[in-house]
Write a protein that binds this ligand. Structure first.
Ligand code: B12
Ligand code: SF4
Ligand code: SF4
Length: 309
């Protein structure tokens, strides 16, 4: 498979950047990763359980020859108002539209199906759904670098991009060398993070990260953590990043759904108490996967404590 053929496939399936990398175990230190995961909250115990597969895609697909990794940009507009309008909160860009596991997942699955049908290949696709170190493969594919905010940053798309992967038995050549760290002397995300969750070396202190506290945590938001107006997810360390400036336009399918751009907290609280309204407001978005009681705990905190906004 040539680079040109790979680029044509990306265009055909609506993937903004695509690389194919010869598959081999990830050269990460097993103990370092286990130590890292040991510091994560219990909701992430599955990361350590799947460690062997994360380090070696051959354990997912026997006979694997390459990992295809691609990016789909979701833009940076509209910008977050500063300050947020009174009585409203912020829903993260990835969550204010239809769930990317479905929309972006469908593109990678269609590409995997094409590899199976046209090339007789074995191919399995994932978008945040498998035991695979997605950012690491994107780096190896030369699609970007890991910033101090812990995210994959592409020169063309910034960090507002989803990552998808396909493990397959197609043989490919080695891609161009990986781009180096492009943070230079910047540390804007580290200073902007409202909870001090970024030590500045690419790691994230997950128990302090609002993306965990408002999306995956099964506990109410800790009283000592400033929610900074975030109802679901957090974009602050990405909004601060010069690689996301000037802001890229947002493709139509990733624009905020009605009622989800700076939603009114009273409306959200009402929806948390009524299943039909919850479905009408959040159905098919990532927010719908959150238990209404959990979301309401965040709403209550945001309404009770203006310092959180
Ligand atoms: C668990 C998880 C989280 C957790 C923990 C995040 C973390 N940093 O570990 C929480 C809930 C906090 C989270 C938050 C968010 N997440 Co998340 N998350 C994941 C998930 C499911 C697994 C990540 C993981 O395994 N982490 C553990 C570490 C060890 O693995 P790793 O980060 O991949 O690390 C490897 C490389 O990064 C590399 N590496 C690490 N540091 C450095 C430093 C340098 C200099 C270099 C060269 C390499 C390097 O080495 C590691 C081992 O190989 C991935 C999907 C996936 N399967 O990968 C999405 C994913 C990382 N999340 C994503 C998103 C969008 C987010 C949020 C932006 C959502 C939001 N707006 O609220 C936030 C961002 C918070 C932040 N600043 O990172 C996207 C990121 C896209 C991108 N451009 O990078 C992913 C890839 C999902 C997807 N398919 O699009 N997430
Ligand atoms: S997502 Fe928010 S809380 Fe998490 S590291 Fe970035 S700025 Fe900090
Ligand atoms: S804000 Fe600065 S330090 Fe943080 S990821 Fe972007 S370039 Fe790197």
């Amino acid at each position: 498979m040539t680079q040109q053929e790979i680029e044509e496939l990306a265009r055909e399936f609506g993937i903004d950047a695509l690389a194919a990398v010869p598959s081999r175990p990830v050269p990460a230190d097993r103990k370092t990763l286990l130590d890292l995961y040991a510091g994560y909250p219990p909701e992430f115990a599955y990361l350590a359980r799947g460690l062997e597969k994360r380090l070696d895609p051959g354990l997912i697909l026997a006979g694997d020859r390459s990992v295809w990794v691609g990016l789909v940009g979701y833009g940076g507009l509209p910008a977050r108002p500063d300050p947020l309008p009174e009585g409203t909160a912020w829903i993260s860009r990835f969550a204010w539209c239809r769930d990317y596991h479905e929309t972006v997942g469908a593109r990678f699955e269609s590409l995997a199906a094409a590899l199976r049908e046209r090339h007789g290949a074995a191919a399995r696709s994932y978008v945040d759904t498998g035991s695979i170190l997605e950012k690491s493969w994107a780096c190896r594919g030369g699609l970007g670098f890991i910033g101090r905010n812990g995210l994959l940053i592409s020169s063309a798309l910034g960090s507002f991009c989803f990552i998808g992967t396909i493990i397959t038995d197609i043989e490919v050549p080695e891609p161009q060398p990986v781009a180096g760290n492009g943070c230079g002397s910047c540390s804007a995300c580290v200073s902007a993070c409202p909870t001090g969750a970024l030590p500045g070396d690419g790691r994230v202190d997950v128990s302090r990260c609002l993306a965990h506290i408002t999306v995956t945590s099964k506990e109410p938001p800790p009283p000592d953590i400033n929610l900074a107006g975030n109802l679901f997810g957090c974009d602050i360390c990405q909004d601060a990043c010069p690689h996301n400036s000037p802001r890229r336009p947002t493709p139509v399918e990733f624009l905020p759904r009605e009622g989800l751009f700076c939603p009114d907290l009273h409306a959200v609280r009402g929806a948390c108490r009524n299943r039909d309204r919850f479905k009408a407001l959040f159905g098919q978005t990532p927010v719908f996967r959150r238990k209404p009681e959990r979301l309401q705990e965040t709403v209550d905190r945001l309404m009770a404590d203006p310092a959180d906004s």
